[in-house]
Design a protein around this ligand. Structure first.
Ligand code: A2P
Length: 353
């Protein structure tokens, strides 16, 4: 085990969940150095075990006492657990990296995508690499998967407006939602009436508007609003115009997004592509000849966000070979870069590894 007695004590809150389990895989893959590891979940799971680095580790119940003596706490057990226990963990001395939306828009809480504003996480670094107490928020998965591919484009040309349509995997609603898609698919194929517990709508063989609450006046659902608000906060740009339509599709764990981007300064297609080629955290999959473009299946289980279908939007003005808008299609693993990987990368920045 990559455990060092001098290394930070780490807690995973929600260790039995889809994201919690991915933390363990990422720790192993990335040789994440930690000291004692506390795997916390609800009383339902207390006493059960989970495998990590070839050994069985016992899950313990999340309590206030369980959060004492922790240096880095990775939370992924839903917003209400984060609200109830995140400040407690921080007050007890931990750097909390929170996957929920509970603190994302709080002005004192940094909202971090390491490729974009990782310096905010570094400001939590202490001399001994344990991190200073406080909460750092991990953005919404759709926001991360949209913003990472556009960061260098924005740096070179500026971004005026974004129009996004998402095709979101069920993993965003947790491990139980993934089991529901699996069970419903079997039910339909075997001629049974599919049971619905997590989603109000049948997700197998269906597509539906995102299952978050819709605002009665704006008509936007919570997921769409998050994409708008979080994009503005991360890019420190209150004026960027963002509109999104968020849709759930019967895909297990990777989101796809169609993005139309209007630039502040027009670019040729070659210049736009050069910006994408220089972007950290993405892989271009864009072979027009072979009709080979990103798919959620190919993005699943992988770190980079796949980017393709790159083309000028000819419905918008262009002059002298320079275009003010482009279209692209991206796919990214919702559990990895959309959640666990981004949080582990934040922890690495805090620890200086
Ligand atoms: P448990 O498995 O014991 O219910 P997902 O996002 O995949 O649905 O996972 C949610 C995670 O949050 C799980 O690890 C789950 O643990 C954990 N969790 C849910 N409710 C609580 C709670 N009241 N206290 C601690 N952990 C919780």
């Amino acid at each position: 085990m990559s455990v060092s007695s001098n290394a930070p004590t780490v807690a995973i809150v929600g260790a039995t969940g889809a994201v919690g389990q991915e933390f363990l895989r990422l720790f192993e893959e990335r040789n994440f150095i930690h000291g004692d590891l506390h795997l916390l979940a609800s009383a339902r799971s207390a006493g059960t075990t989970t495998e990590y680095r070839g050994e069985q580790h016992t899950i313990t119940e999340l309590t206030e006492e369980a959060l004492e003596g922790i240096d880095i706490a990775l939370f992924s057990a839903g917003g209400s657990i984060s609200k109830a226990y995140g400040p407690t963990a921080a007050a007890a001395g931990a750097t909390v990296i929170d996957n929920s939306s509970a603190f994302r828009m709080a002005s004192e809480v940094p909202l971090v995508i390491p490729e974009i504003n990782g310096d905010l996480a570094e400001s939590y670094r202490t001399g001994d690499g344990r991190g200073r107490p406080g909460i750092i928020a991990n953005p919404n998965c759709s926001t991360i998967i949209m913003m990472v591919p556009l960061h260098e484009v924005r740096r070179r040309f500026g971004i005026e407006r974004l129009v996004i349509s998402t095709y979101q995997a069920v993993s965003g609603a947790g491990a139980a939602a993934m089991r529901e898609l699996d069970a419903q698919t079997r039910d339909v194929l075997e001629g049974r009436e599919p049971t619905r517990e997590i989603f109000a709508r049948q997700c197998a063989f269906n597509v539906f508007s995102h299952d978050s609450k819709v605002h009665s006046e704006t008509g936007r659902n919570v997921e769409e609003q998050k994409m708008i608000d979080e994009t503005r906060k991360i890019w420190c740009d209150d004026h960027i115009r963002v509109t999104a339509t968020c849709i759930r599709v019967p895909v297990m764990r990777a989101h796809a997004e169609s993005i139309n981007v209007t630039l502040r300064q027009p670019a040729s297609e070659a210049e736009f592509r050069a910006a994408l080629e220089a972007t950290e955290g993405i892989t271009l999959v864009d072979d027009r000849e072979a009709n080979d473009f990103p798919t959620p299946l190919e993005a699943s289980g992988r770190d980079p966000i796949l980017v393709g279908r790159v083309r000028p939007d000819e419905s918008m003005p262009s002059e002298g070979g320079k275009h003010c808008a482009f279209d692209l299609f991206v796919c990214g693993d919702q559990i990895r870069k959309g959640a666990a990987l981004n949080a582990v990368q934040i922890a690495e920045r805090v620890m200086g590894s």
